[in-house]
Design a protein around this ligand. Structure first.
Ligand code: NAD
Ligand code: TYD
Length: 350
């Protein structure tokens, strides 16, 4: 079959990547979608069972830090689009092991930029969409929002590695004219979120009757977006975003951690048909995360006004769907939390 485009999606076995792969495979049968993933602790092909037999889908296992492998892959497929999500993504892990973040998030990104540059040097085609985070902007006080012109001020090894990669992607645009676009999104929630991150960790701990660890005073604020809305924003920006530009993605949905956890506890009590207040008793305030960013909040008006994207799912709806998904997929949680992750988890919260 002749495909109109061949698109590389990196990190497609992870949380957000799997939703992006599913959207593209189903929505664009005329695109060949190649999912490249190293299958680290965070990557799980179970996330993609429903699309793995699609005629326009191929999985390649490999590491973006391996430049020889990346160059061969570009030579083999002659990609004309890249959506780059592969990354080490958990702030707490970046505090205990910064180097793996430097390797994957910075060196891995440069390997992909070099291969794209080599492949597209004599052509008009090509688009490199770098998926990044709002954490590159640092931390907000009680007021204000991150816009695309907010100066970068990363505070954790994770956000510093993502900021570095954003700068390098921009540098390849200015220096080599590589057709890039960058998106910076707020915190995502939804199915397949690895249970080391706040929302799935709390759901899983309530199910297992374990303590619910709240860092510091619990008044840290995050701006939560339904993961499928992030995937639809990536679709919009990949196709219609202006080359060389950055777009913030967010759903205008701020929550203090403690309020979010209270809400989750109450929904879980309701679903598990037990007295309200039962899950809240598991809440335990623990030592704060070093360098913990106080507040994130996104102004997504550029994306909304220029490209017409809007989030489709109300938080109440997405949040309940997320809880239902975790209740229906306890085996998934047990599978991904065994093995390498399990050991990490035991060390963290022993
Ligand atoms: P994730 O940790 O769930 O998935 C990352 C994926 O990348 C995994 O499948 C993993 O196997 C793969 N990977 C890691 N190292 C690799 C390597 N060296 N080579 C190839 N594959 C490798 O992460 P996520 O939450 O889905 O985040 C995806 C992207 O979106 C990241 O770039 C992250 O910075 C960005 N982002 C995440 C959020 C969020 O709330 N989770 C918000 C904004 C932006
Ligand atoms: P997290 O899901 O790790 O995302 P990020 O740090 O990238 O925003 O954490 C979300 C918020 O929840 C953050 O303020 C840290 C806090 N948190 C806890 O209070 N307890 C936990 O066990 C975890 C994992 C996070």
């Amino acid at each position: 079959m002749k495909f109109e485009r061949t698109i590389l999606i990196t990190g497609g076995a992870g949380f957000i990547g799997s939703h992006v792969v599913r959207l593209f495979v189903n929505k664009y049968p005329n695109y060949r979608i190649v999912n490249l993933d190293a299958l680290t602790y965070a990557g799980n092909l179970e996330n993609l069972r429903d699309v793995e037999d699609a005629a326009n889908y191929t999985f390649e296992r490999g590491d973006i830090t391996d430049d020889g492998f990346i160059n061969n892959l570009f030579e083999q497929y002659q990609f004309n689009g890249v959506i780059h999500l592969a990354a080490e993504s958990h702030v707490d892990r970046s505090i205990s092991d910064p180097m793996s973040f430097i390797k994957t998030n910075i060196v891995g990104t440069v390997n992909l930029l070099n291969a794209a540059r080599q492949t597209w040097k004599n052509t008009e085609g090509g688009r490199f969409h770098h998926v990044s985070t709002d954490e590159v902007y640092g931390s907000l006080g009680d007021e204000g929002f991150f816009t695309e012109t907010t100066p970068y001020d990363p505070r954790s090894p994770y956000s510093a590695s993502k900021a570095s990669s954003d700068h390098l992607v921009n540098a390849y645009y200015h220096t080599y004219n590589l057709p890039i676009v960058i998106s910076n999104c707020s915190n995502n929630y939804g199915p397949n979120h690895f249970p080391e991150k706040l929302i799935p960790l709390i759901i899983n701990n309530i199910l297992k009757n374990k303590a619910l660890p709240i860092y510091g005073d619990g008044k840290y604020t995050r701006d939560w977006l339904w993961v499928k809305d992030h995937a639809s924003a990536i679709d919009t920006i990949f196709h219609n975003g202006r080359v060389g530009e950055s777009y913030n993605i967010g759903g205008n949905n701020e929550w203090k951690n403690i309020d979010l956890v209270h809400k989750l506890c109450d929904i879980m009590d309701e679903k598990l048909e037990r007295p309200q207040g039962t899950a809240r008793e598991l809440i335990t305030f623990v030592k704060d995360r070093p360098g913990h960013d106080r507040r994130y909040a996104i102004d997504a008006s550029k994306l909304m006004n220029e490209l017409g994207w809007t989030p489709s799912v109300k938080f109440e709806e997405g949040f309940r769907e997320t809880v239902d998904w975790y209740l229906a997929n306890k085996t998934w949680v047990d599978n991904v939390t065994s093995g390498a992750y399990q050991q990490y988890y035991e060390n963290q919260y022993a």
